[in-house]
Design a protein. Structure first.
Lengths: 95, 725
């Protein structure tokens, strides 16, 4: 199991740089896991990347799990009502 | 939300400000009615509508402070409307203050600011809290500060079902433009509760082609909110371009909107306007629909159909609106309509017509030299048309004085509270029409006079009862037309003016030397002198000796005059005589030597020939002594004297005199051109005009000449008496 730890912003400012990195990670790993505990900020661009990863995983017959969601990520997923669709257990890592 | 508007929006904002000011005035007027006995449910409805309309429009401009404030007001008013809450003096007082606060906010918005001074903010918060104590529901508009809290509860099942279906697909560039769709959704939570939300990513291309900086997401939201469509749409004001945004009332709300449409007043007969009025569609959506309608001419579809096709509104609502529209059209034919015109444009028109009047007389004069009957007839026709145009143009400027008077309900209400006196205001002649420029300038002087009447005129309740008067004092405002002027009366049933007290005060203040003999009017006129105040106690409102002299100056600037009637213990009436219009007068053209003088026709009583050999400064006219004012002497005119001179009898405020001139040239209509600064000190002339011949004529200020004459006579009388003694 491979884990990729996202750190800092997951926003329009980092999306262009993160997209190839995250896709590479997804394609190179068999059971990818994304640690979101250090994501400080998340916006629509960030949310789109998360959606893209989930979709790409399904398309390639894999499953990517997101874990240790930070508060910023939870807020966005709740707002977009995608928590259940993504199906990852959410643990409040940082209170 | 930032407060940057494009030009279109700026123009719209101006309209909003104007409308709001009017609505706030209506709100105030209706509140004043509510505080009286004969109020009705209509008044409450109207007040509610005012608050509601302001809120709706303010939302369109993103004026959150106004929206937030009116929202609470609306809630309270809604309870009053439903008879859940009784109206009482405290609540009226609070609502009046709230109206004032809104005025400040609207005023700030008109200057492009959203925030006001810290004091105003504090006052706003205070009023909000007061208002909140009247609203029982917990539903408050949430500020974005609450968002954090909101997110935690978002998954709890909502019992209330939503009433708006929103479909939002923001344009592709919005992310790069710094606009985050999620932020807009967060903002929606401040307008209401998001009952359901689905995120769609079906527009996102495959991973390789997906541009991480392009927006692909779209959202479908069910929003439970009391906000109207305009308010919700306003949230998306800045991303509207290129975005697909639909805001549709949910199916089960349709009966509500159908009912709403049926209850609308007949102000808007257009289908689109009806729909906007009840908040089903926004102006922008209508414009888009109309645009489609005009570009796609082949289809020739009615606007209702297009709106339904554009997923803006559902068919049943359109049907209801269509039916209503038909009813309204029939009603409308019978109703008067009014147009809002920029005052400047109107002034320009009046100006031009003034020039036209002058040019017409030039043309007529030249035509006389050409002995052609046809030309003569044509000119007669042109003249009568110009005359008609002139009078209807002047009528355009006429407004009912009631617009100023009604403001005083509030003034009297406030001041009587401050003074702790029970005073009512009675208004008569509110429908009397007067030139708009006069109306604008009369408001301040009237305020001073009403304040003065309430403060100094009306006695305290105890004194009134002791004098056998009703405990409640009365201040009356009255207006009527009288021979070419408008007379405005401010009267009270209070103390009346004490001549001796006024005289002694004036002497104490050094306004007049001791022992001066004055007429009744002159004594009364002293209260308008700068630095005069008989109030032993200086109150908040009056008694500082400022104000009444301002009144005098303002009235004088309007070419008006003041007359006072008073009876000790019974009350005082102050009459203000003002010219109906400031722009054009009917005059009587006369000549002294080579110079033309115009005497305002409404001051002229009759014309006589001066008896030859009359060397006195007076003549006998039907048993009365008529003093002369020789214009030749007044203006040091040294032109050739004609053999036969004429006397024009003029009258103003009960004073009569005969103006001695050389020749009478007849009536004419003329535009008053103000004299330049250089001539402002010249007495007896208050304007000039250019005659058809191109010659300049001076317009005589009859009131001043008469007043001077009166003074001279008093002086000579006094000295004559002194001789005898």
């Amino acid at each position: 199991m491979d884990t990729y730890s996202l750190e800092g912003e997951l926003t329009i400012f980092t999306a262009a740089q993160l997209k190839p990195e995250l896709l590479n990670f997804l394609h190179s790993s068999t059971a990818p896991e994304l640690n979101l505990s250090a994501v400080t900020e998340c916006d629509t661009a960030g949310l789109q990347l998360l959606i893209l990863l989930k979709r790409e995983a399904t398309l390639t017959g894999k499953s990517i799990s997101f874990m240790m969601h930070s508060k910023a990520v939870i807020e966005v997923l709740e707002l977009a009502r995608l928590t259940s669709q993504f199906g990852d257990p959410i643990v409040l890592a940082h209170s | 939300m930032s407060f940057e508007l494009d030009d279109d929006m700026k123009a719209a904002l101006v309209t909003f400000i104007q409308e709001s000011v009017e609505l706030l005035q209506e709100l105030e007027d209706r509140l004043m009615i509510l505080s009286g006995q004969d109020s009705s449910d209509d008044d409450i409805q109207a007040i509610f509508r005012c608050a509601h309309t302001i809120k709706g429009t303010a939302g369109l401009f993103g004026l959150d402070a106004i929206v937030r404030f009116t929202h609470i007001m609306e809630n309270v008013l809604d309870r009053v409307r439903k008879h859940e809450l009784d109206i009482n003096p405290d609540l009226i007082g609070l609502l009046l203050k709230s109206g004032d606060h809104l005025r400040v906010l609207v005023d700030a918005a008109s200057h492009g600011r959203e925030t006001t001074s810290p004091e105003q903010l504090a006052l706003g918060e205070y009023l909000l809290n007061q208002l909140k104590s009247y609203q029982n529901t917990l539903e408050l508009p949430k500020t974005s500060a609450n968002t954090q809290h909101k997110v935690e509860t978002i998954n709890t099942p909502q019992s209330a079902s939503g009433n708006w279906l929103l479909f939002l697909q923001f344009n592709e560039h919005c992310l790069r433009d710094g606009m985050d769709p999620l932020a807009f959704i967060r903002y929606l939570t401040t307008l209401g509760d998001i009952v359901e939300l689905s995120t769609f990513a079906h527009n996102m291309p495959d991973a390789e082609h997906m541009d991480p900086e392009t927006n692909y997401l779209s959202f479908e939201i069910i929003l439970s909110s009391n906000a109207d469509k305009e308010t919700i749409a306003a949230a998306f004001e800045f991303v509207r371009e290129g975005s697909v945004i639909h805001i549709i009332p949910l199916e089960h709300r349709i009966p509500y909107y159908v009912e709403l449409i049926n209850s609308l007043s007949p102000e808007d007969a257009k289908l689109g306007e009806l729909l906007i009025k009840c908040g089903v569609i926004t102006q922008h959506e209508l414009d888009q629909g109309l645009n489609t309608q005009s570009t796609d001419t082949t289809a020739n579809k009615p606007i209702g159909e297009i709106l339904v096709e554009q997923r803006v509104v559902q068919q049943p609502i359109v049907n209801a609106a269509l039916t209503k529209q038909k009813d309204l059209k029939e009603q409308k034919a019978r109703e008067n309509r009014s147009i809002r015109i920029d005052a400047e444009r109107l002034d320009k028109l009046i100006d031009l017509i003034g020039e036209l009047v002058i040019s017409t007389s030039v043309a007529t004069l030249s035509a006389k030299q050409v002995r052609s009957v046809a030309l003569h007839e044509a000119h007669a026709h042109v003249n009568s048309l110009v005359e008609a145009v002139r009078s209807s143009a002047l009528q355009l400027r006429m407004v009912a004085i009631g617009t100023v008077f009604s403001r005083f309900q509030r003034v009297v209400y406030d001041i009587s509270k401050e003074l702790n006196k029970d005073i009512k205001l009675v208004i008569n002649g509110a429908e009397t029409e007067v030139d708009k420029s006069v109306v604008e300038k009369i408001s301040d002087p009237l305020t001073h006079m009403v304040r003065n009447a309430m403060d100094h005129g009306i006695e305290t309740a105890a004194v009134r009862l002791a004098r056998g008067k009703p405990e409640q004092g009365t201040v009356k405002l009255n207006a009527y037309h009288s021979s070419g002027s408008i007379v405005i009366e401010v009267s009270d049933d209070g103390n009346g003016l004490d001549k001796d007290k006024i005289l002694s005060t004036a002497i104490n203040r050094g306004l007049i030397p001791p022992g001066t003999e004055l007429t009744e009017q002159e004594i009364y006129a002293l209260i308008f002198e700068p630095g005069f105040s008989t109030a032993t106690q200086i109150s908040n409102l009056s008694g500082r000796g400022v104000g009444m002299d301002v009144v005098k100056r303002n009235i004088h600037d309007l070419r008006g005059a003041i007359k006072i009637n008073s009876e000790i213990g019974l009350g005082t009436t102050i009459e203000i005589h003002l010219p109906l219009t400031l722009a054009i007068i009917n005059g009587f053209l006369t000549k002294v030597g080579d110079i033309s003088y115009i005497i305002p026709l409404d001051r002229v009583i009759e014309c006589l020939e001066l008896p030859t050999n009359e060397q006195h400064d007076y003549m006998e006219l039907r048993g009365e002594v008529l003093p002369f004012i020789r214009l030749r002497e007044v203006f040091n005119n040294t032109g050739p004297i004609s053999k036969r001179q004429n006397v024009i009898v003029v009258e103003h405020l009960g004073l009569k005199a005969g103006l001695v001139v050389d020749r009478l040239l007849g009536e004419l209509q003329t535009v008053i051109k103000p004299l330049g600064e250089l001539f402002s000190h010249v007495q007896g002339v208050n304007g000039s005009t250019i005659l058809g011949s191109g010659e300049v004529a001076l317009i005589i200020d009859v009131a001043t000449l008469l007043a001077q004459q009166e003074k001279l006579m008093q002086a000579s009388l006094t000295s004559a008496l002194a001789h005898i003694n």
